[in-house]
Design a protein around this ligand. Structure first.
Ligand SMILES: [Cu+2]
Length: 286
């Protein structure tokens, strides 16, 4: 079957339009703080670190696309222009100083540019600003224990069963809901300390751009500032055993007033604090 040039062009154009439509729908489905069907991008950002990760990722995507297309173009040019049929008498050129300097220097400059941005991002992630709230997350097989050392609050967060989930008026996504979320105030620096009680787990919340191992006998730390109120879902991201897939992380970001109310509520041992859909296990630790 032979296709005319015009037909091939129209098909390619059709494919390009479909691709753009798919890319656009990817953003249309994206919901803050949780994964969405057919998502292939990063989750929408809700912290300054994630803003930086997202723009770095997008910039790298442009750079590698341009480089790949450039190399592809060179390959096609060589194949078309310099094959034995089109170019029976090859040139005997072996050196070209300008070209050699250029193809050494330009990639080095590109890599240096990328590394500078990359180090800036690493420092942003690792330089923990003065914290307003400190939370210690302890990974257990297979749930998380959260401690607010400054407020003497400690509770364990366990994934909701399908039955529990069905009872809720607005159920959380499947396998992501928990009985007790982490509650933090919006626009405040939250320092997260992680450790493991048994094996290595990993504390991850994509929308905040944090992923840090929770290792027995060690205290790791990271931080985030949630810039929008809402509910953010994450998961343990280190294969930690049988129920690794069933120890989600839920962070509820609320305003200062709600945060204070929640703290008081938990400290007074009440049953219906804002993060608790049923039963109360969040208690003041002794
Ligand atoms: Cu785990």
């Amino acid at each position: 079957m032979k296709m005319s040039k015009g037909r091939i062009g129209r098909r390619l154009l059709g494919l390009a339009v479909a691709g753009v439509a798919l890319a656009a729908s990817g953003t249309a489905f994206a919901e803050l703080g949780q994964p969405s069907p057919w998502e292939y991008r990063l989750q929408p950002s809700a912290s300054p670190v994630m803003d930086n990760i997202t723009s770095f990722h997008n910039a790298l995507l442009i750079i590698i696309t341009v480089i790949t297309l450039f190399v592809l173009g060179l390959l096609i040019t060589v194949m078309v222009k310099f094959n034995a049929k089109a170019n029976p008498v090859p040139s005997r050129t072996t050196h070209n100083t300008l070209v050699e300097v250029a193809w050494t220097l330009i990639p080095v400059l590109i890599l240096v540019g990328i590394s500078v941005k990359s180090f800036q991002l690493l420092f942003l992630e690792l330089d923990i600003p003065k914290a307003d709230v400190t939370i210690k997350a302890t990974g257990n097989q297979w749930n998380w224990t959260y401690t607010y050392p400054d407020d003497k609050i400690e509770y364990t967060s366990i994934m909701l069963t399908e039955e529990d989930r069905a009872k809720l008026s607005s159920p959380p996504p499947r396998l992501l809901g928990v009985d007790h979320a982490i509650v933090v105030p919006v626009n405040k620096v939250v320092r997260v300390e992680t450790t493991g009680a048994d094996v290595i787990h990993s504390f991850t919340v994509p929308a905040f751009g944090i992923k840090i191992d929770a290792i027995p006998g060690r205290l790791n730390e990271t931080w985030f500032t949630a810039t929008k109120t809402g509910i953010y879902y994450g998961q343990c991201s280190e294969l930690c055993g049988r129920d690794h897939a069933f120890m989600p992380i839920v962070v509820k970001v609320v305003n200062d007033q709600d945060y204070d109310d929640w703290k008081k509520c938990v400290q007074s041992g009440k049953d219906d604090c804002i993060d608790v859909p049923q039963g109360n296990k969040a208690k003041q630790s002794s």
